[in-house]
Design a protein. Structure first.
Length: 165
């Protein structure tokens, strides 16, 4: 069961994968290095100030454009989760495979969260509490099989644990 407690980092819609991590870092694969570049061109303070448990809150079309794992490797390394209105199939699969906790949310949830507010999230149950305002929200969690992959720490860890059982 994955839970999170931390700051909301709110972003608009249409954040591309190249805005998440610049294409100039496409040949870097070390998550410890990639984490320093996450959102560097959009919000430079993010990578230095984000803490484990914090959550990216974004609108529609998150991580559109090039499908590469770098943004999700960096998110995993930082220990941040993701709430977004929508993301296409490629980025969705990459987020799950990298083990990034995520929930798809509606516009009412997005409207109820402001940048910097404190959130408590149970990704497994789809429950979101805006601690700052006291508002409680519920969304559909990931399908159980996908949640198992995220809970294991990503696709590779899931396969390792399945083979060891």
């Amino acid at each position: 069961m994955i839970t999170s407690s931390g700051r909301a980092w709110k972003f608009s819609s249409d954040i591309s994968s190249d805005q998440l991590i610049s294409a100039r870092h496409v040949f870097e694969f070390d998550p410890r290095m990639l984490r320093h570049h996450l959102l560097a061109d959009v919000r430079p303070e993010f990578a230095q100030q984000a803490q484990p448990g914090d959550v990216l809150v974004a609108g529609r079309n998150f991580s559109h454009g090039s499908n590469h794992s770098h943004p999700f490797l960096a998110m995993k390394a930082l220990g941040v989760g993701l709430l977004c209105r929508s993301l296409s199939r490629g980025p969705f699969r990459l987020a799950i495979f990298m083990g990034v906790p995520l929930l798809m949310v509606n516009s009412e949830v997005l409207d109820a969260i402001e940048d910097g507010q404190q959130l408590d999230i149970n990704f497994s149950l789809g429950s979101i509490v805006n601690v700052t305002t006291g508002q409680q929200m519920q969304v559909a969690p990931l399908a159980p099989f996908l949640q198992e992959i995220v809970d294991a720490g990503g696709g590779l860890e899931y396969v390792k644990s399945t083979l060891m059982s």
